[in-house]
Write a protein that binds this ligand. Structure first.
Ligand SMILES: Cc1cc2nc3c(=O)[nH]c(=O)nc-3n(C[C@H](O)[C@H](O)[C@H](O)COP(=O)(O)O)c2cc1C
Length: 197
């Protein structure tokens, strides 16, 4: 599979079956993200593998507490929009998925967030390449999840990636065609764009 094949076939999964995730697959994802670049090669991140059911439950409860507060803080229209997409404060996938990979950023490192997110992008593709699925879950109150994990003060959870085999019938969401977001030399000059592959 090429990277394009992997990127094309992947989609978000919020329902998982109980097939276990192998240690080999977890290692593969970790080795892939290890290769991700960062500014000055500072590598301002840590990863926590969570497979203990009570630890997953604690993460789910902390996440849902943050989500409830978030949903109470937003406008009814926005809430409706989320509900229409099937999103709400309940996060059962955090206990359903056999494994959670939690990526934390080293917050005093300058400009750490874009670098952490490059790493998360690598992780998402590596997960797909191994036939696994995930959802890029960004907790509404990451400090609650960080506390559960007993991470040092400098670290903050950026993402929780459930790892597992998909039981989610939801199709991949459509993407804009290249021609709709690409310009040449300056904004608005579509000009001649590279041919499709
Ligand atoms: C940076 C980022 C943050 C996201 N945060 C969440 C999230 O907090 N909860 C969630 O259920 N999905 C989250 N998603 C998943 C997106 O909703 C999903 O990728 C998007 O709707 C496209 O669907 P697809 O991945 O199936 O193509 C996030 C995705 C990205 C890239």
């Amino acid at each position: 599979m090429t990277i394009l094949d992997t990127a094309t076939s992947r989609r978000t999964t919020r329902k998982y079956n109980q097939t276990p995730v192998s240690e080999d697959d977890i290692r593969y994802v970790l080795e892939t993200i290890r290769q991700s670049p960062s500014g000055s090669n500072s590598q301002p991140w840590q990863v926590i593998i969570v497979d203990d059911p009570s630890a997953k439950m604690a993460i789910r409860e902390a996440s849902e507490e943050g989500e409830r507060a978030f949903y109470e803080s937003i406008s009814p229209e926005r809430k409706k929009g989320y509900n229409e997409k099937g999103l709400n404060p309940s996060k059962p996938h955090l206990t359903e998925a056999p494994v959670l990979l939690v990526v934390l950023g080293d917050t005093p490192a300058p400009n750490y967030r874009p670098w952490v997110w490059v790493r998360i992008g690598y992780a998402i593709l590596a997960v797909e390449e191994r036939g696994l699925s995930t959802v890029t879950y960004t907790p509404s109150d990451p400090s609650l999840v960080t506390k559960i994990l007993r991470a040092p003060e400098d670290y903050l959870v950026e993402v929780v990636l459930p790892l597992g085999y998909s039981d989610d019938p939801k199709p991949k969401e459509p993407r804009k065609p290249v021609e709709e977001f690409t310009h040449r030399n300056a904004w608005g000059h579509r000009g001649h764009l590279p041919n499709s592959q």
